[in-house]
Design a protein around this ligand. Structure first.
Ligand code: SF4
Length: 452
């Protein structure tokens, strides 16, 4: 019989709680550090240090400023940006009080969080405290460990992740519904294929600008390509999909497969979800792997310091590398699966109001009425990743279809959204096939897909 306790006396509950809490800390730290990077870019823009970027959604910036209690009247937009970025960055190091965007949560929920000790005080503080509590011989009460994990998760969701989302809209523009295609069949044998993979739109959005540069398109034509084909993998794919209609090549478990087609000339990555194996696999083909973040270097890959370089110039350099790789690859055989699907993406909490309420009366009323009348049973978020232990996309698609069948409107992001996009569920037509009667009525009346 195996020992029931660790050598220090820790029970299985304590050990499991500690391991779980450290996973929470890892996830919260990663999402939130992404938010910190976006806020830092806004600050640097306001200070004139990164002129290649711009404030694409000044109205949203002003709304965020008002939410944070920052004066907006008669102020230069860059002054406002500096102060909003400063407030966002302040949430990371804050020791006491509440986060800037926590005010969005319902009052009752906030009361409960305060009473239960779940209200996050500062983003970094809660993550560091998880690491302290789960260090040897500190928090030895599994319930207490889990309770603090909740606080760290809320620091991410209402702090780092929310900052990343909102300030990305400010920097790159708020998404609008847009048509595109998803799946590996969007690769093109006769074009320079570039894949952006990872999470941070400060890289992927600038690569979009670079591939649209007429000079570079001319260079691609001169190299014998019919054009430059940009696609995305993982969450950064969603960023450029919903803002520019760039096709999604796939989600997490397709990163190696995209290279194995032999058609990927260059894969440029930043942070999170990038397999170390892509470097080895790329060596079997003419694919170049470029890493760009000092936080995420890969042995054997080309490192270009995007963070400390000039973003547009660096992005153009990356595109030129891809054109060189195309020259090496152009007469070789490729194997690109034909599958790809139409989709509509880019629905946000802000713009969905307009679809539901019409152009002049932005409101959630049609949605609320449908719920009150029992035609809709609610809305559910399905988010997250794939696990190589389970058939790719299976869970996401099965769960989403079941929810639709039971008249639940689904909102998605991450690899889950990409999974459902590949199965054609992000189209208005999907409501006809998969939605229950009540949800189908709402989707038909408003003209939205059953999964947003
Ligand atoms: S959903 Fe998960 S696996 Fe997919 S890109 Fe995001 S974090 Fe990575």
């Amino acid at each position: 019989k195996k020992a029931e306790k660790g050598v220090c006396g820790a029970t299985a509950d304590v050990i499991v709680a500690r391991n779980f809490a450290r996973m929470v800390a890892g996830g919260a730290a990663s999402h939130s550090d992404h938010g910190r990077d976006i806020a830092t870019t806004v600050l640097h823009l306001a200070e004139g240090k990164v002129p290649d970027f711009e404030i694409k959604d000044p109205e949203k910036l002003k709304r965020l400023a008002v939410e944070c209690g920052i004066e907006t009247n008669d102020r230069d937009i860059m002054d406002i940006a500096r102060e909003v970025a400063g407030r966002a960055l302040g949430d990371f190091g804050q020791q006491e009080g509440e986060l800037a965007f926590i005010g969005r949560a319902p009052e009752k929920t906030k009361e409960m969080w305060r009473e239960e000790g779940f209200m996050p005080r500062g983003i970094d503080r809660e993550v560091v405290e998880v690491m302290h509590r789960t260090h040897i011989g500190v928090d030895n009460d599994y319930q207490n460990i889990i309770r603090h994990s909740i606080r760290a998760s809320l620091a991410d969701g209402w702090g780092g992740s929310m900052i990343a989302t909102d300030l990305s809209d400010v920097l790159f523009g708020s998404p609008k519904p847009i048509r595109a295609r998803a799946n590996i069949g969007v690769l093109k044998d006769d074009e320079v294929n570039i894949i952006v993979h990872g999470h941070d739109p400060t890289l992927s959005d600038m690569i979009v600008r670079a591939v649209r540069d007429p000079e570079l398109r001319k260079e691609a034509l001169e190299a014998g390509a019919k054009g430059i084909n940009l696609g995305g993998i993982c969450c950064t794919a969603n960023e450029i999909l919903m803002r520019h209609g760039i096709p999604v090549i796939g989600n997490h478990l397709q990163q190696e497969l995209a290279i194995v087609t032999g058609a990927t000339d260059l894969m440029v990555v930043d942070v999170q979800c990038i397999f170390p194996s892509v470097v080895e696999i790329a060596k079997c083909f003419d694919t170049e792997i470029i890493t760009t973040s000092p936080k995420a270097k890969f042995t054997g890959a080309t490192f270009i310091d995007y963070e400390h370089g000039d973003p547009l110039t660096t992005s153009k350099e990356i595109v030129r590398n891809a054109i060189e790789r195309f020259k090496m690859r152009k007469n070789k055989k490729t194997q690109i699966p034909q599958e790809s699907q139409d989709l509509i993406a880019g629905f946000t909490a802000e713009n969905t109001f307009h679809f539901l309420g019409g152009r002049y009366r932005a409101t959630y009323r049609p949605l609320n009425n449908a719920i009150i009348e029992g035609r809709l049973r609610g809305a559910a978020a399905v988010v997250g990743c794939n696990n190589p232990g389970i058939t790719q996309d299976y869970n996401h698609v099965v769960i989403a279809r079941e929810l639709l069948r039971h008249d639940v409107l689904v909102v998605e992001t991450g690899c889950s959204a990409i999974a459902c996009a590949k199965y054609g569920l992000l189209t208005p037509e999907a409501a006809m096939e998969y939605a229950g009667e009540g949800l189908r009525e709402v989707c038909e009346a408003v003209g939205i897909p059953p999964i947003l």
